[in-house]
Design a protein around this ligand. Structure first.
Ligand code: F6P
Length: 363
């Protein structure tokens, strides 16, 4: 049995733990040979590989990043190349198929987020046998209630909120922490709850400026002369738009969000006269070693993917649902993002302990 493996999209803690679990399980139980494609789908199109053997997966469980490298722009079906100032896009899926054939790959294991899964789904339509493993700090892949990397990012963001707490309190300031998450508020919700944020702003609940100012003012008047606000990069005011930081042409979704934290801090200072500062946690949330939970969870997902391969259960993605490991059809995963439902229990929990989502009074 010859298996291909790649990591696609933005990196996150636990990618190496998955590679290790897939490879060790398949080498151990199936005597499989494994070829790794470098830099996501880029290596699949341009035929750049490395052998994934016992030596390659030794001592990588705790390492952040990915030994295979990754790319968030490479797409065999919409291959982008720069010609001067112009970007030329072409379909190079035939090249990808030829590379898979050359390496006699029976099945390709794709470790990635929604963009990578969508491409995996397209490869499956072209006859490639694929198995997916959902990754991302955003926790927004459809078809699974949890992705690996998320918990590590929550830990980093929580630690940052704890640190902002002490300096906010010392200087009697409003501290705004902007966290990643793209169009979903999972990271902001979990880190905000864990860090005791007074206000959590998420894309799923467009916020009311006056409600946010009101929380800061009221806390000040009650003698709490500081406030902590955890804002998701995709949060936006009612009637407003998300703050776009830049466009990455060639990426499945070219929009990169960023900057809402500064906007929120600036408006608070202007409207409440309480001093406010913004901190954008950025890529710190994605880097470094996976936390213990993610080491175990990534290993479990990798093991499940290996089981799917061994059972020749193609075109499925390992998935965590209702407290147990299972799998779903890739076709049901491709496209879209998993957001926080407005009746999610954690929203009620947060409101219960007095956290504001920037909703107007009485809503
Ligand atoms: O999907 C993971 C993520 O870190 C998002 O939270 C963030 O919006 C995006 O990737 C940033 O992408 P890039 O690495 O292209 O800047």
């Amino acid at each position: 049995m010859r298996i291909g493996i790649l990591t696609g999209g933005g990196d996150c803690p636990g990618l190496n733990a998955v590679i290790r679990a897939v490879a060790k399980t398949l080498m151990h139980e199936q005597d499989a040979e494994i070829v790794g494609f470098l830099d996501g789908y880029d290596g699949l199109v341009t035929d750049r590989t490395m052998p994934i053997d016992w030596e390659a997966v030794s001592n990588i469980l705790t390492q952040g990043g990915t030994i295979l490298g990754t790319s968030n722009t490479a797409n065999p079906f919409a291959w982008s190349e720069r010609d001067g100032d112009t970007i030329i896009t072409s379909d190079r899926s035939d090249d990808a198929l030829a590379v898979l054939e050359k390496h006699e790959v029976e099945c390709l294991v794709v470790i990635g987020g929604d963009g990578s899964m969508a491409i995996a789904g397209q490869l499956a339509e072209r006859g490639v046998s694929v198995v997916g493993v959902p990754k991302t700090i955003d926790n927004d892949v459809p078809g699974t209630e949890l992705t690996f990397g998320f918990q590590s990012a929550v830990n980093v963001a929580t630690d940052a909120l704890d640190r902002l707490h002490t300096t906010a309190s010392a200087h009697h300031r409003v501290m705004v922490a902007e966290v990643m998450g793209r169009y979903a508020g999972w990271l902001a919700l979990h880190a905000g709850l864990a860090g005791g944020a007074d206000v959590i702003l998420i894309p799923e609940i467009p916020f009311d400026w006056e409600a946010v100012f009101g929380v800061c003012r009221q806390r000040y008047e009650r003698g709490k002369r500081f406030s902590i606000i955890c804002v998701a990069e995709g949060a936006r005011p009612e009637g407003g738009t998300m703050v776009v930081h830049r466009r990455v042409e060639g990426s499945p979704d070219p929009i990169r969000l960023g900057g809402v934290g500064r906007l929120v801090a600036g408006s608070i200072e202007q409207n409440t006269r309480v001093e406010a500062r913004a901190t954008n946690l950025g890529y710190i949330q994605r880097g470094g070693s996976p936390c213990a939970f993610d080491r175990v969870f990534a290993t479990h997902l990798g093991f499940q993917a290996a089981r799917l391969v061994a059972g020749k259960r193609w075109n499925r993605m390992a998935s965590w649902q209702k407290g147990r490991m299972t799998d779903v059809a890739l076709a049901d995963v491709a496209g879209g993002s998993r957001n926080i439902a407005l009746d999610h229990p954690l929203l009620a929990v947060a409101r219960g302990v007095g956290t504001s989502f920037g909703e107007p009074d009485g809503s």
